[in-house]
Design a protein around this ligand. Structure first.
Ligand code: NAD
Ligand code: ZN
Length: 343
């Protein structure tokens, strides 16, 4: 089969012929229809410090996908060839305290598809059946392939009650954009999104936000004033990984406000902890998706009118993967989807 493999400790990926994976007794093998590029894939593509410390080459990368089950292992009885599925990219141990208690997203032995084991930028992927999500065929394939990042957005956006609340989202990358749509769907009053990238701000405008602002040009105090907000934002979703965005969020939260931290911050980030203490803020770290409550909510929100179609800005053949990674690097895109069925 064809696969996008990290073969060398340098920038790039190689489109290679590799063996089709054989599912183990508790696995399924999925024929990939579409996959999408994540920021993590770009780190691996660019072979930055994080990638060179964490990735063992050669490795087929990619962890966002949708496809059709091709084969099932001998112990698998509840899925069959032909089922339309996506899958949770965190493979958990099943035996630690959190796994046994049903909090699998908090497993401390998590392995990542496309990071610690072969990934989904390939014609076929084998994963444990416990990681499979049965897809609603009414949801378009280019949305189903985004269930992993949509799950990040959902996990963060539904962490706190947003009905009637004012929500600040820093970062209008694909995850911030999806989160904006979700909090709107969930009944927030004002949804203010910040991003210095005009392309991303234009996308945010399409997500029915209250305001999409460039933090380099506009001050949040003025925006709050304009919106007649008296005490600051009730809920903050940090989705940029930029320390300045976090700093600005901490300054503009109402006392008792709640923050979900999803963007990966640099180690050198300095935080005004006294703001957190004196303003009684709650901060929750978000990693991955709740298995499988988040997957359930994503599906049911899409079934009840959540629309994230504007986030998927590009769909290209897997053969044009270098264009896809260039787009990701440029920031002139939302989600970039690779089609594995185009010849
Ligand atoms: P992205 O890089 O596409 O989006 C980040 C956005 O933040 C960009 O549009 C950028 O212009 C914007 N930004 C930069 N500086 C800013 C500032 N000062 N204020 C406001 N916005 C600013 O990333 P994404 O794919 O949407 O992911 C968002 C973040 O979440 C990334 O940091 C990513 O590494 C992280 N992430 C975390 C998890 C998790 O499980 N915690 C999973 C996936 C991604
Ligand atoms: Zn575990």
């Amino acid at each position: 089969m064809k696969a996008l493999v990290k073969t060398k400790a340098q920038v790039g990926l190689e489109l290679k012929e590799v063996p089709i994976p054989e599912p183990g007794p508790d696995d399924v093998c999925i024929h990939i229809m579409k996959s999408s590029i994540c920021g993590t894939d770009l780190h691996i593509y660019d072979w930055d410090d994080w990638a060179s410390a964490n990735i063992n080459i050669p490795l087929t990368i990619g962890h966002e996908y949708v496809g059709i089950i091709d084969k099932v292992g001998s112990n698998v009885s509840d899925y069959s060839p032909g089922d339309l599925v996506s899958g949770e990219g965190h493979i958990v141990c099943g035996r630690c305290r959190n796994c046994l208690a049903g909090r699998r997203h908090l497993c401390n032995k998590t392995l990542g598809v496309g990071i610690d084991r072969p990934g989904a930028f390939a014609e076929y992927l084998a994963i444990p059946v416990d990681n499979v999500w049965n897809c609603d065929r009414k949801i378009p394939l280019e949305i189903l392939t985004c269930f992993d990042p949509l799950g990040n957005a959902t996990h963060a956006a539904l962490s706190f009650n947003v009905i009637g609340e004012d929500v600040l989202i820093t970062g209008a990358g694909p995850i911030g954009l999806m989160a904006a749509s979700i909090v709107r769907h969930a009944g927030a009053r004002h949804v203010v999104v910040t991003d210095p990238n005009p392309y991303r701000l234009a996308l945010a405008e399409k997500m029915d936000v209250t305001m999409a602002i460039n933090p380099l040009q506009q001050d949040l105090i003025e925006i709050m004033d304009y919106l007649d907000m008296k005490e600051g934002f009730d809920v903050g979703l940090e989705m940029s990984g930029n320390p300045k965005a976090l700093d600005s969020m901490l300054k503009h939260m109402s006392h008792g406000g709640k923050i979900a931290l999803l963007g990966l911050l640099p180690e050198t980030t300095v935080t005004d902890w006294n703001k957190v203490i004196f303003h009684g803020l709650t901060i929750k770290g978000i990693y991955g998706r709740e298995m499988f409550e988040t997957w359930y909510k994503m599906t049911t929100m899409l079934q009840s009118g959540l629309d994230i179609s504007q986030v998927v800005t590009h769909q290209i053949s897997y053969k044009d993967f270098t264009d896809g990674f260039e787009l990701m690097r440029s920031g002139q895109c939302g989600k970039v989807v690779l089609d594995w069925e185009q010849m």
